[in-house]
Ligand binder design. Structure first.
Ligand code: ADP
Ligand code: MG
Length: 698
């Protein structure tokens, strides 16, 4: 396989457009994309026609608007390219208006009370900044149109819209500031993102025997395998042939879709892997990540495997995250986080850094809330993922450089070039991996930041939106300060940077984020520390959050309130689903198995008695089993009672907190009982494939 021979063959990309569109249509479309020229009807018709012809040539029969509802995942409704002509004959048809807009019924998507069902109409609108592509499943193909999803009244119902709006806000504030600094070339802001995706693969036949995995995405019971990850022999180990076959097919499909899959490797936990494409423009990187997740599940299935994207499929074993590598630059090709030989560019570097520090300092809690959900609660703050406290790691060299700026009395030309020289040495220093801190949630890694707290199954738009807004806030602060100062703008900028550096020190942390001492220290500093989702989501409706989203035209107060409600509801539903599944598993599989073994042992003990023999060890085992049986039964009775009580609580906030404070501890207790029972029951009787089976068979 030659990658560049197949790369992008399923995508209606720039190359295809150049070949197929008239030069006028192509030119007009590029202007729409790059300078925001409105997409008029005739342009849309021309584009739609060209897409239809291309798609049908490739074997497509249908098209779909593909969007990102707030419930998670992606959504699609396929329509065939057919219509009647004026003579009533069936023709192949796809118009500009069908390309631009579609009207799926929105009543079954979460809206957090924004819409009542009688006005349930929603609409999807094409996002032309993300490539249209062909979905291959079944025997035909479907033309997929990446879209935003709004209610008929214009309320936001998806993840993509706020992200695109936050990018616009960031762009406006960056360009304004660059102008003030004398940069006339920057016209568009480009955010690059590289998303590293972790996942597990398990044999499909075993997956099908575990209802908890099927229904909740994670194991609700299970005794840690004798060989867990203590040996640390999986990370970057030889990739087993069966897994490599899966990875190869995945990569090949991704190349055909124009997704630049770059890295594939074994991760730390047994059966855990990672895929990372090359970085791309942020909006595309997110859409591509969603495509990757969808494809991984489909392709794994073809290989007799099941791909688990849950944040914590196995207790006691590392969970899966999604690292968001992030940098910002403009149309001139410059990366503001890339050190350079030009002192002016290095001022931009320091300003970008300051904007990030200011943003995290003010909105760290909100950033934490962006990754809060039931799955990630099981991962954040364990000794494998960053804690739920947002801090920034800069590395010792950059820290020293910033301290030097803070200590400076004056910023004359000599000092500025000294600082500039220091910044230029950065990439060399940062490339030295010994200077990297893998425990930090937000780490500077040479010419980008890496945000490591996102969960493996999440849509990264949520955190990327917060990051964009945090920076917008930071850049605007710098702009306001700078615009009221007179004199040399470089020196003024350094003065502002200096004050930001000393005011945001609390959120800089270079040590081990897994250390309990850091949690104590951070709490002393007053940094937000939300261990669990229900509390963390309070950030969404705080006054400063509402102001931030409103000022930058991203979401209204009502939309934020509804977002909070949707996410709380999602948390509650996820947890309730887990509790119900656990109880059902106990009723249908665990307790009958315990009964069977109790009866087996009792029979043996009876026979021994007949032979006038006894086995105290077996007698003890029987006692333990009987005790566990009673305890499990009591525990599920309690959970069932609590579930009835919970169904009477209408307020999502109260419900989520009740789940966290009452039901979760009871479930943990139940799990403890079941797991200790698994330990004494023969593997041949235990009804669920064990961790050992699930994690050792490639
Ligand atoms: P790691 O050591 O964490 O595996 P890598 O250097 O391999 O980091 O990069 C991880 C991800 O970061 C990849 O998707 C890569 O393309 C992306 N990346 C690299 N440079 C940038 C950048 N300037 N902006 C955004 N993402 C980047
Ligand atoms: Mg990595």
């Amino acid at each position: 396989m030659r990658i560049n021979k197949i790369f992008g063959e399923l995508s209606f990309n720039q190359k295809v457009m150049e070949e197929r569109l008239s030069s006028e249509t192509y030119q007009n479309f590029m202007e729409t994309l790059h300078i925001g020229k409105p997409l008029d009807r005739s342009l849309a018709d021309n584009l739609a026609h060209s897409m239809k012809v291309w798609a049908i040539e490739q074997g497509a029969t249908h098209f779909t608007h593909w969007f990102q509802p707030l419930r998670g995942g992606t959504a699609e409704k396929h329509d065939a390219f057919i219509s009647y002509n004026e003579n009533g004959h069936l023709i192949e048809h796809f118009s500009g208006s069908q390309l631009i807009q579609s009207e799926p019924d929105a009543s079954s998507f979460p809206s957090g009370g924004i819409r009542s069902t009688f006005e349930a109409r929603g609409y999807t609108a094409w996002d032309p900044s993300s490539e249209v592509f062909l979905l291959e499943s079944g025997h035909s193909k479907t033309l997929v149109i990446p879209s935003v999803f709004l209610s008929w009244t214009g309320m936001v119902l998806d993840h993509k819209t706020p992200f695109l709006r936050s990018h616009l806000a960031l762009e406006n504030s960056v360009i304004r500031l660059q102008r003030l600094l004398g940069n006339r070339h920057a016209k568009r802001v480009i955010v690059h993102m590289g998303l590293e995706q972790e996942y597990f693969l398990v044999p499909k036949d075993l997956y099908l025997k575990r209802r908890d995995l099927q229904i909740t995405g994670r194991t609700l019971f299970g005794l840690p395998a004798a060989k867990g990850q203590q040996m640390e022999d999986h990370y970057l180990g030889t990739i087993k042939p069966k897994v490599l076959l899966f990875m190869e097919e995945l990569d090949q499909q991704l190349y055909r879709l124009g997704i630049p899959a770059k890295t594939r490797h074994n991760e730390v936990a047994p059966n855990q892997f990672e895929i990372a494409p090359l970085f791309e423009e942020g909006n595309r990187a997110i859409d591509h990540n969603l495509q990757i997740m969808n494809l991984m599940e489909i392709i794994a299935d073809k290989h007799g495997l099941t791909c688990l994207l849950h944040e914590k499929p196995f207790q006691g074993i590392n969970g899966s995250g999604k690292h968001l590598n992030w940098s910002i630059g403009d149309n001139t090709g410059s990366n503001y986080l890339e050190p350079s030989a030009s002192p002016l560019k290095n001022i931009t570097f320091l300003m970008t850094l300051s904007a990030i520090l200011l943003g995290v300092h003010k909105y760290g809690g909100l950033l934490r809330a962006s990754v809060a959900d039931a799955g990630n609660d099981l991962r954040l703050g364990s000794n494998e993922a960053p804690p739920a406290i947002m801090s920034v790691y800069l590395g010792s060299y950059l820290t020293k450089l910033l301290e030097d700026i803070e200590d400076s009395k004056a910023f004359n030309e000599k000092k500025i070039s000294e600082i500039s020289l220091g910044i230029r040495r950065l990439p060399m220093i940062q490339r030295d991996t010994s200077d990297r801190n893998r425990t930090s949630p937000i780490a500077f890694t040479g010419n980008k930041f890496e945000f490591r707290a996102a969960g493996s199954s999440q849509n990264c738009s949520e955190s990327a939106t917060v990051i964009n807004l945090m920076l917008t806030y930071g850049f605007d602060y710098v702009y306001k300060e700078l615009s009221i100062m007179s004199g040399d703008s470089k020196q003024n900028a350094l003065k502002i940077i200096k004050s930001i550096l000393s005011n945001t020190k609390d959120i800089r942390f270079e040590g081990n984020n897994y250390d309990d001492q850091w949690v104590i220290e951070a709490q002393k500093k007053g940094l937000p520390y939300y261990k669990q989702t229900p509390h963390s989501l309070e950030e969404l409706t705080k006054e400063e959050t509402i102001k931030l989203y409103k000022n930058y035209g991203v979401l209204s107060k009502t939309e934020l309130e509804s977002k909070k409600e949707i996410r709380l509801d999602h948390y509650c539903k996820t947890k309730i689903n887990e509790f119900k599944t656990a109880v059902n598993l106990c009723h249908s599989q665990i307790l009958p198995c315990v009964e069977e073994y109790i009866s087996e042992i009792s029979d043996i003990l009876l026979k021994l008695k007949e032979l006038e023999k006894e086995s105290p060890a077996m007698q003890d085992k029987l006692e333990i089993l009987l005790k566990n049986y009673e305890e499990i039964q009591k525990s599920i009775n309690f959970i069932e009672e609590q579930l009835i009580h919970l169904s009477q609580i209408a307020n999502f906030d109260a419900k989520a907190k009740e789940i966290h404070s009452k039901l979760e501890p009871s479930f943990i207790q139940l799990r403890g009982l079941v797991d200790s029972t698994e330990k004494i029951i023969p593997g041949s009787l235990w009804p669920l494939p064990s961790y050992q089976d699930l994690l050792s068979r490639f």
